[in-house]
Ligand binder design. Structure first.
Ligand code: ADP
Ligand code: MG
Length: 283
């Protein structure tokens, strides 16, 4: 099984290499990078390209490792025992109240699957450690039913992180690692082409210029990312804004229209306006 890229996702050579290395090693691929650099979309793309089902587990601050394995639904069991009759007869078989988590679904699937554990750094520090054994051995024990669940097929595991927290060493040791670098202009151009085929090159050129200049501003709290650039371009097209309006020769420093798609907090907007103001004074 090899990932050779896809028509609607721009994968650099080193990213494809990392994906295939993780598949060959049968280890989870840990993907880090700024938000919006295509980490989540990578798992979706690989699943589609390899023709495998995708199972997604989106991690929140409250997510526990156990939820990925299974949960015991004690409330339903209690209710059934009170209702009696047909419901009451279910009560004695505890397996009726075991709800499979995403890992179990992946382990019991008929075919290999792609398993995405998205934004692992959202959870508390114990979370990755609690999954070590399951991801390593691809098995776990269900205490309620005294059953050992083993993976029929090893899933291809993607784990993403936005780098909000450090991950434990023991966890890192078991992963293959790839950092998605922020796309350079050329790669970004290809990403835009994928999303907006046939967009006027002049508009793309000007927009890219503004976008990369904006990212260079020192002290920006939140640099705009790929997904924000795509949103902005979509708006520019919808509003029919000509490339000249983004930056004209005589009015060198103008505030780009619809910059709310790019800058997401008032400090950054102020910082940017101040820079534009200063640039005008210096002309
Ligand atoms: N390499 C890429 N090829 C095509 N589209 C991309 C790429 N990287 C980012 N995008 C676009 O940016 C959006 C955000 O990507 P996403 O996977 O959600 O980022 P992340 O999970 O890293 O925050 C995607 O929906 C897609 O439209
Ligand atoms: Mg994501």
């Amino acid at each position: 099984m090899r990932f050779e890229g896809s028509t609607d996702y721009v994968a650099t050579q080193d990213l494809m290499l990392a994906v295939n290395a993780a598949i060959a090693l049968q280890r989870p691929l840990l993907v880090k990078g700024e938000p919006g650099t295509g980490k989540t979309m990578l798992a979706e793309t690989v699943a589609e390209a390899l023709g495998l089902p995708l199972l997604q587990w989106h991690i929140k601050s409250t997510t526990k490792a156990q939820q990925g394995l299974y949960e015991y639904d004690a409330v339903s069991r209690l209710r059934d025992s009170q209702l009696g009759g047909e419901h009451g007869s279910r009560v004695h078989d505890i397996s009726n109240y075991i709800v499979k988590g995403v890992l179990w679904q992946a382990f019991s699937a008929e075919t290999p699957t792609v398993l995405l554990i998205d934004e692992v750094d959202k959870a508390d520090i114990e979370f990755p450690n609690d999954l070590l054994r399951e991801l390593d051995r691809m098995e776990f024990y269900v205490y309620e039913t005294r059953e050992l669940v083993k993976a029929r097929h090893r899933p291809i595991v993607f784990i993403t992180s936005n780098n909000e927290k450090e991950l434990p060493d023991a966890f890192l040791r078991r992963c293959f690692f790839h950092y998605i670098k922020f796309p350079d202009k050329e790669t970004m151009q290809s990403i835009i082409d994928v999303h907006f085929p046939g967009l006027k090159q002049a508009l793309i050129r000007e927009a890219l210029e503004v976008f990369f200049d904006l990212r260079e501003i020192p002290g920006l709290k939140k640099k705009p990312s790929t997904s924000e650039l795509l949103d902005w371009l979509k708006l520019l097209v919808a509003e029919d804004i000509p490339p000249e309006a983004l930056r004209t020769k005589d009015q060198k420093a103008a505030i780009p229209p619809l910059h709310g798609a790019l800058l997401k907090n008032e400090q950054d907007v102020h910082l940017f306006e101040r820079l534009v103001f200063m640039a005008r004074q210096n002309r």
